[in-house]
Write a protein that binds this ligand. Sequence first.
Ligand SMILES: CC(C)(COP(=O)(O)OP(=O)(O)OC[C@H]1O[C@@H](n2cnc3c(N)ncnc32)[C@H](O)[C@@H]1OP(=O)(O)O)[C@@H](O)C(=O)NCCC(=O)NCCS
Length: 196
Amino acid sequence: MKTYRGEFDFSTFPTLTTERLLLHELLPADAADVFIFRSDPEVQKFNAEPMQHLSEAHAFIEEIRSKQAAQEELMWAVTFHEKNTVVGLVGFDYWNRYHHRAEVGYDLAHAYWGQGLASEAVKTIIDFGFQRMHLNRIEAGTIADNLRSVRLLERLGFRREGTRRGYSLEDDGTYHDSAMYGLLRCEYRKALHRRG
Ligand SMILES: CC(C)(COP(=O)(O)OP(=O)(O)OC[C@H]1O[C@@H](n2cnc3c(N)ncnc32)[C@H](O)[C@@H]1OP(=O)(O)O)[C@@H](O)C(=O)NCCC(=O)NCCS
């Protein structure tokens, strides 16, 4: 596989810093924190079933870490500066090195919604994705009614590319559409230019 100058190579985990947050490697010891938001029905409303047992959080972290070791995905634990509690996750999965694309994912404990924290974290990993993972395209799929998620993507410049109709059976017992979003490196560069 071709590598690029400055490309991230997994030799050390890339800890990232934002104005308010520290994004670091997700560790087995983080299971209890992850369980708190992944077992919350409000956070999981448009995602997988809420976790019922702490063991599911351990298995979830184990799976992420093994996919990371296989260089298939990259996930960051979100904490505040100088506090160890993990309050969310942001990362890339479905990383396709040949086509230079990956899918972004994000979730945050409910208590921290509405403060711009998820956008701050996702923007930072998008920078990392374009600059250090040499991505050409970052995509995202979100339930169309997940309006916070839709606003986050559109705020960061993602374009809606289509709708997968009747994609998922949600808590209200009906099928909901999934909205597909994409952001290309060239669009992102232009937006950065405009921002100065
Ligand atoms: C999706 C999710 C991460 C969005 O969280 P969020 O806190 O709404 O997202 P942001 O970080 O973008 O915050 C934006 C909000 O903070 C407000 N805000 C407050 N202070 C702010 C600040 N200093 N800077 C920026 N925004 C600020 C913004 O006005 C905005 O509010 P609005 O959406 O009502 O207009 C969250 O709802 C979540 O974890 N959901 C469950 C998991 C999930 O669905 N993930 C997506 C699966 S595809």
